[in-house]
Ligand binder design. Structure first.
Ligand code: AGP
Length: 635
């Protein structure tokens, strides 16, 4: 979703802005633009370049133009108000041509403001809510002032204009008459400011990835804060009333090698193949040898240590209910989390779509624990859901990948997924990371509650440690999966069926296919098929059957028979050596056996690869599928 980059300093701004925009491409967008203040004392002007399409299209537009200047702002836009077009792309210019602004979020009262500004003579060039904001700032700037100057300064005008808007925003604004200043602000949309020690340079961006190669010192603006960034001066932060706020500098480490696809044709494939390693990172330091290990034992006792569970032990043990709130793939992980937590901790768990939860007038008790699950940590619906639950007294335990992200900061406590930045829009390694963290959480809390037997606890931990090498074995079958995928590109619909722990995997497999190959797919609990979707089955219909679940194996085999009798085109995911299913179906992928509760970590891998290869065979943009955004920062 929209991305902001800004720079003020001693170097040429344009290359820094373009590089930053490329770093933010993973968020998903449909147009791009930048503004530079060029010129010298007495003759500063704004050069604005925009393009529909990709950042590379913007580079073509700007190719032979004046790109000089050491101050600039840039943007990738994901259309909300008005179609993707050059006119709707940011930066937007004010009527006088002096101010320009980039914005991420939605100004909810833009319709009323637009009408009021039109009455005052403002003419609009775009359909966007953003243009309303830049005109509003211009209008506010010209209002009579009480301090004797002719016009409000840029920072004062921004503060006053923002107090008139509702909605979400992260903005960066410049005025060519104040050529050494960028004013930024945020509410519900993230914005980070990178600072260097001598204040000679400042970097702004929607997340740390465009900033990380220049500085590790980052200030994350808080809601309704305005940052005044002036060349050579200390960063100043204010609230909307103009009172000074603290600019808290955090040291942030981003592994830049994770932002590169390192020889893989796409980020998605790299991230699928990253899973064995990043899942080890995710478990690192969290599974340790137990101090109660007795020397005489053949194998040392292991234990799960999650500092957030230890520190919040009393409140977690008191929990009578856990509510998981999330969206999309993270919601699927939540469905698996429900089964894990109910099994190991015997606490009832509800799993809600964050977008529904926030408006459902939910009953939240002070003893409830709410777990937001989010890769980005910036999903607007999930953030709003936890803000609501927090107000009503629940403990918020975040399971988030984005370090320092809004959800991570809003949560009382939590466990980071630690799988590194995920760039491909279709979530892969974040999903398996979420499932691993949920497993660790369920084990740690189950042990604290005494609801898990030591034998099962030990066996699950040991098997969890084996998961990375078992995923490697699935990845070795990439060529076979690719060959199979090529036989399915004709399909217009797919059905994914699984039971128990494999049911959310069926949902996830279907979502992955929809997102990147634009083929309609549905995930269903295998036994529910006969209550409706069975009518869809014919010899054309691919049915992906997850049979690698030994707990309900016989039941799944009966469901499989039902599809075979109707001539469905089955691709079965089976446990290694399952001769029975092999004899029943034409196509299968063998995966290593594991414990029931860890099955999703194995069975999702062939489904990720299948979607990837179908989309590649169809010639589609796998990493940035149409209409989708990586970080969904609007509701
Ligand atoms: C996953 O492939 C999707 N792109 C999407 O469903 C995503 O999981 C959802 O938007 C939630 O995002 P989050 O995990 O960053 O909160």
């Amino acid at each position: 979703m929209c991305g902001i980059v800004g720079y003020i300093g001693t170097r040429e701004a344009y290359p820094i802005l373009i590089k930053g925009l490329h770093r933010l491409e993973y968020r998903g967008y449909d147009s791009a633009g930048c503004a530079l203040i060029s010129g010298s004392e007495g003759d500063y002007h704004l050069n604005i370049y925009k393009a529909k399409g990709k950042v590379s299209d913007l580079e073509i537009v700007a190719k032979d133009k004046d790109k000089s200047g050491t101050l600039g702002i840039a943007h990738t836009r994901w259309a909300t108000h008005g179609a993707p077009s050059e006119a709707n792309a940011h930066p937007h210019l004010s009527q006088s041509g002096n101010l320009t602004l980039v914005h991420n979020g939605i100004i909810e009262n833009y319709g009323t403001l637009r009408q009021q500004l039109k009455k005052r003579g403002f003419v609009f060039q775009s359909e966007t809510d953003t243009e309303v904001l830049v005109q509003l700032i211009e209008y506010v700037k010209t209002l009579p002032v009480t301090h004797g100057e002719k016009e409000w300064g840029l920072d004062e005008a921004v503060r006053r204009a923002l107090s008139l808007v509702y909605g979400a925003y992260a903005i960066a604004v410049v005025d060519r008459r104040e050529p050494n200043k960028i004013v930024c602000a945020r509410k519900s949309s993230p914005l980070a400011v990178g600072v260097v020690e001598d204040n000679s340079e400042f970097f702004m961006a929607s997340d740390a990835s465009p900033i990380a190669e220049y500085t590790k010192q980052i200030v994350y603006l808080k809601d309704e804060e305005v940052a005044v960034i002036e060349r050579g001066k200390q960063l100043e932060v204010f609230n909307l009333n103009g009172d000074r706020a603290e600019a808290e500098v955090k040291e942030v480490n981003v592994d830049l090698s994770m932002l590169d696809h390192e020889g893989y044709p796409h980020f998605m494939l790299k991230e699928i193949f990253d899973q064995p390693n990043v899942l080890k990172d995710c478990m690192r330091g969290r599974i340790v040898e137990s101090p109660y290990s007795s020397e005489g034992k053949r194998e040392p006792l292991m234990q799960v240590v999650l500092s957030a569970v230890t520190l919040n032990r009393r409140q977690l043990l008191r929990a009578r209910r856990i509510i998981i709130v999330s969206c999309g793939t993270s919601w699927h992980a939540g469905l698996i989390g429900k089964q894990l937590i109910e099994h190991f901790c015997r606490i009832p768990v509800e799993v809600a779509y964050a977008s529904e939860f926030r408006y459902s007038d939910p009953v939240i008790e002070p003893d409830d624990v709410v777990i937001p699950i989010s890769q980005s940590g910036e999903t607007a619906d999930t953030l709003a859901a936890i803000q609501l639950a927090k107000q009503q007294g629940a403990l918020i335990y975040g399971i988030v990948n984005g370090v320092g992200s809004s959800i991570a900061r809003e949560a009382h406590t939590g466990t980071y997924i630690h799988v590194g930045p995920e760039i491909g829009v279709a979530s892969t390694k974040a999903f398996t990371g979420q499932v691993v963290v949920l497993t660790l959480f369920a084990l740690a809390l189950g042990m604290a509650k005494g609801t898990v037997e030591q034998d099962e606890y030990q066996a699950t931990i040991r098997e969890l440690l084996e998961i990375p090498s078992k995923i490697e074995k699935v990845l070795e079958q990439n060529d076979k999966i690719k060959r199979l995928a090529l036989t399915f590109t004709y399909a217009r619909n797919f059905l994914y069926l699984g039971r128990g722990y494999n049911y959310p995997v069926a949902l996830e497999g279907a979502l992955k296919l929809k997102e990147i190959s634009y083929i309609h797919a549905e995930g269903y609990p295998a036994a529910e098929m006969k209550h409706g979707p069975i009518a869809l089955i014919d010899e054309e219909m691919p049915v992906i059957f997850l049979t690698n679940h030994h707990k309900r194996y016989q039941k799944v085999i009966s469901n499989l028979q039902e599809v075979i009798s109707r001539h469905g085109r089955i691709l079965a995911i089976i446990n290694e050596g399952d001769e029975l299913v092999k004899s029943m179906v034409d196509n299968y992928i063998e995966v290593p056996e594991t414990l029931s509760c860890l099955t999703p970590l194995i069975s999702v891998i062939p489904l990720q690869l299948l979607s990837y290869h179908v989309a590649v065979a169809k010639g589609l943009n796998v990493d940035q599928p149409r209409n989708l955004a990586k970080s969904v920062t609007v509701e």
